[in-house]
Design a protein around this ligand. Structure first.
Ligand code: ADP
Ligand code: NA
Length: 341
């Protein structure tokens, strides 16, 4: 019997921003709090995915460590969840290679993530950017590595955003294909998308795009380690509109609605409910800043305590590595037997 197993991953992008937190990581913690004890929770920091884009080794090393500290700071508990670095468990690349050998190239070329990457490069007008290393084989095969991540732990449930649904479908196809051609029915479960109530958080300075780590304006995003003062000033400078009153209307009032979404997430409520009693943008911003300070200050404190404890973080990574490798090596042994290797 395959136990209920939830797998999710995040790239080692250093300190998460509010979009990463409310859109993904907070939900990991919620699952940890709400799932039955016998549900396996496996959370991975996916360094092999990160290197499909150019990285500076020193920065990558630091950002891997910061992501580990951030996962602990938001409340992931290494006694309950397996928290590990994907690049420390060799079976990820082994299984990815085998899956690569069953994945049609044109199927990967049809992935919307790949196509939008090409479209972005074409729009950038800088033809020199479209060089051989930008559209590399690793980037094309990114969804296959993701499938390997999920399948190694025989994950049954995967909480991912809408933009990742196509990748999860590929995972299901590969699992189904493997089970069929190697006549090992039910060896790999077909993982289902765990629909999560996660919100899409928008750019504070340009609420028509999502909050992102790559936007040039640092005031466009809140980092989970921002000081109370930084939170207040970033929220103060957030773009709203000049309509009177405060109401949730994502289409016509994206800036106001984004702030209501953030407030609702902090207060475990709905944007409509938290808007009641708020009369203007400055009241809204005050309420949002206050709620964010409440939510983020314990995380910030924990992060600062942890982030310099390199030895402790390395020990935890080692523990996670062992737990993950225990499951991954068992799966991989069977995979190789099925394949004839
Ligand atoms: P970024 O866009 O800043 O590079 P990533 O693409 O690395 O962030 O995303 C990491 C995780 O955070 C993913 O699960 C993604 O869906 C989620 N995420 C990123 N930005 C946002 C956002 N603005 N709102 C909600 N979730 C987000
Ligand atoms: Na991104």
């Amino acid at each position: 019997r395959i136990p209920k197993t939830i797998f999710s991953g995040i790239q080692p992008t250093g300190i998460p921003h509010l979009g990463n937190y409310l859109g993904a990581l907070k939900n990991w913690k919620k699952l940890q709090d709400s799932e039955a004890r016998d549900t396996r929770l496996i959370y991975s920091i996916v360094g092999y995915h990160a290197i499909t884009l150019p990285q500076q080794p020193g920065i990558l090393r630091q950002e891997r460590r910061e992501m580990m500290a951030a996962l602990l700071a938001i409340g992931l508990d290494p006694h309950r969840s397996i928290i590990f670095h994907q690049d420390q468990v060799a079976q990820h690349t082994e299984l990815a290679w085998i899956l690569n050998s069953f994945t049609p190239v044109n199927k990967l070329q049809r992935m919307t993530t790949w196509k939008s990457k090409i479209a972005t490069l074409k729009n950038s007008n800088d033809v020199s950017e479209i060089d051989d290393s930008t559209l590399n084989l690793g980037l094309l095969s990114y969804p296959v590595l993701q499938a390997a991540d999920i399948m190694l732990y025989k994950a049954t449930h995967v909480p991912v955003g809408e933009d990742q649904q196509q990748h999860l479908e590929l995972t299901r196809d590969l699992a189904e294909h493997f089970n069929r051609i190697f006549k090992c029915r039910k060896f790999f479960p077909l993982p289902t998308h765990l629909i999560t109530p996660a919100s899409r958080i928008l750019n504070l300075r340009d609420p028509l795009s999502k909050m992102s780590k790559s936007h040039p304006l640092p005031t466009s995003r809140i980092m989970i380690t921002d000081s109370d003062r930084e939170i207040a000033s970033k929220i103060k400078s957030a773009v709203t509109d000049s309509d009177s009153g405060i109401n949730f209307d994502a289409l016509n009032r994206p800036g106001v609605s984004n702030l209501l979404t953030i407030l609702a997430d902090c207060e475990e409520s709905t944007p409509e409910k938290v808007s009641i009693g708020l009369e203007n943008s400055s009241q809204l911003k005050e309420a949002v800043a206050e709620a964010l300070v409440q939510s983020l200050s314990p995380i910030r404190g924990a992060f600062h305590r942890l982030s310099n404890e390199h030895h402790y973080l390395d020990e935890l990574a080692k523990k996670g590595q062992k737990q993950a490798a225990y499951i991954a090596s068992d799966t991989m042994n069977h995979v190789k037997k099925h394949v004839g290797l």
